[in-house]
Design a protein around this ligand. Structure first.
Ligand SMILES: [Zn+2]
Length: 433
């Protein structure tokens, strides 16, 4: 379903004309109001008035997470604080949080792209949206919430945690749409099983999952365990929050980026060069309607591909491939690039193990080591020790064949790896480099 048919199906020519107009306006505004950008443009010898076509975007400076941290908390804001009505922040693994702000119009735009996203996933006004994304500084909870209200659906603000209560609410309130991280969806499925509730028989029919990378195999697993359609949503607080892009339920293949608000590019993460459609690289976004914190060419570190082929849903907005990893989460093990999602896809193809795993990277002498801890399921665990060894060897061979790295696989008992109610912790890197 299209929430906003006019903008979601704009012919490319009209869409690009709109993007150019909005890009020039954004560049002029940041040049005039954000000293950081004035300096960057001046250093590049390029003025906002020099922008003649969308191709000129490649002359504009990049913005990085470090730039946001260096201007902590509000120094990249393009409006006075009296116009800011909301502040979110995302925790980083190191150092200060990344702080973002919204004007009233920004909140409205966000609700709009989230309403579009919910509609793309097949949600409607009469749905009961069970929102298990965290509420708070994290953008997930409130992002979904405002979109659901804008659509006119009923939203239940569960936030994360208290999983048994979530199952009871799903059962008693008749939740039809589940929104959370994909790993939490599987955890809720396990919780229901422990409670003796058949989650397949609940009224849930669609799940909208994001905030962490997941694989096609994990989608199959979630769809099978919960008996729903599982849809991938993408966003990041720096650009807006959830609702930057989403899969349509018609195709479930690639996420439509709402290009009338965000211009995407794919670059080579090493050189910064723009790559053509179809090539894999780092996603970069420029916001073209945001007021409080417009960002020019923000480097997401997420690895994806853009493809412009028409989609059967009728949307004209370009699609991005589901994020396959992060250029900064990428592990280099004995010189080989390894994304945790690649290991996950190997594990998901093996009978007898669960999609719960932990990668432990270490260094012995000068040699990197990779240990993969993975849970066997109840059935796998009842097998004999010898069979477990065979299973372990098989996974090691699959990883070696597919990724070219040697891993030591350690099978652990069901439900012994720590569960997360937000983003799953998949990697422990003990190397001191
Ligand atoms: Zn589509």
């Amino acid at each position: 379903m299209l929430w906003d048919p006019e903008f979601e199906t704009l012919p490319r020519e009209a869409l690009e004309a709109l993007q150019l107009k909005r890009l020039v306006a954004t560049a002029e505004r940041v040049y005039a109001t954000v000293p950081f950008y004035k300096k960057k443009f001046d250093e590049a010898g390029f003025r906002p008035g020099d922008i003649r076509s969308l191709k000129d975007l490649s002359y504009l400076p990049f913005t990085t997470k470090m730039d946001l941290r260096d201007h902590y908390p509000f120094n990249l804001f393009a409006v006075p604080m009296e116009q800011v009505v909301r502040i979110h922040a995302s925790s980083g693994t190191t150092g200060k949080q990344t702080v973002v702000g919204y004007t009233r119009r920004d909140i409205n735009t966000w609700a709009e792209v989230m309403a579009r996203s919910l509609a793309a996933a097949g949600a409607q006004r009469n749905d009961i949206i069970h929102n298990a994304y965290g509420y708070g500084l994290f953008t997930g909870g409130l992002g979904i919430h405002y979109g659901a209200e804008k659509m006119g659906a009923a939203v239940i603000p569960n936030s994360g945690g208290n999983s048994k209560r979530q199952i009871i609410i799903m059962q008693d309130f008749g939740s039809t749409v589940l929104t959370c991280t994909p790993s939490y969806a599987l955890f809720l499925s396990e919780t229901a099983e422990e409670m003796g509730v058949d989650i397949k028989k609940l009224k849930l029919r669609v799940g909208i999952f994001g905030a962490e990378p997941w694989s096609e195999k994990m989608r199959d697993e979630i769809e099978r365990q919960l008996n729903i359609d599982a849809i991938d949503i993408f966003g990041l607080s720096e650009i807006m929050g959830p609702g930057v892009s989403i899969e349509c339920i018609e195709a479930k293949r690639g996420l439509h980026i709402f290009e009338d608000h965000f211009i995407p590019e794919i670059i080579n993460p090493q050189t910064g060069d723009v790559l053509p459609y179809g090539e894999k690289g780092e996603l970069v976004f420029t916001t073209i309607t945001k007021e409080a914190l417009p960002l020019i060419r923000y480097r997401t570190r997420d690895i994806s591909v853009l493809y412009p082929q028409p989609c059967k849903c009728g949307r004209t907005h370009v699609r991005m491939e589901r994020v396959s990893g992060r250029s900064d989460d990428m592990l280099i093990i004995r010189g080989v690039n390894v994304f945790p999602s690649q290991i996950e896809s190997v594990l998901m193809n093996v009978e007898g193990v669960e999609p719960h795993y932990l990668l432990i990277v270490d260094r012995q002498g000068n040699l990197d080591t990779l240990e993969v801890r993975v849970e066997v399921n109840e059935k796998g665990f009842s097998d004999e020790v010898k069979e477990l060894q065979v299973l372990g060897r098989r996974i090691e061979k699959d990883i070696k064949d597919l990724l070219g790295v040697t891993a030591a696989v350690k099978l652990v008992e069901p439900k012994t790896l720590q569960r997360s109610e937000g983003k799953a912790q998949r990697v422990v890197d003990k190397r001191k480099i």
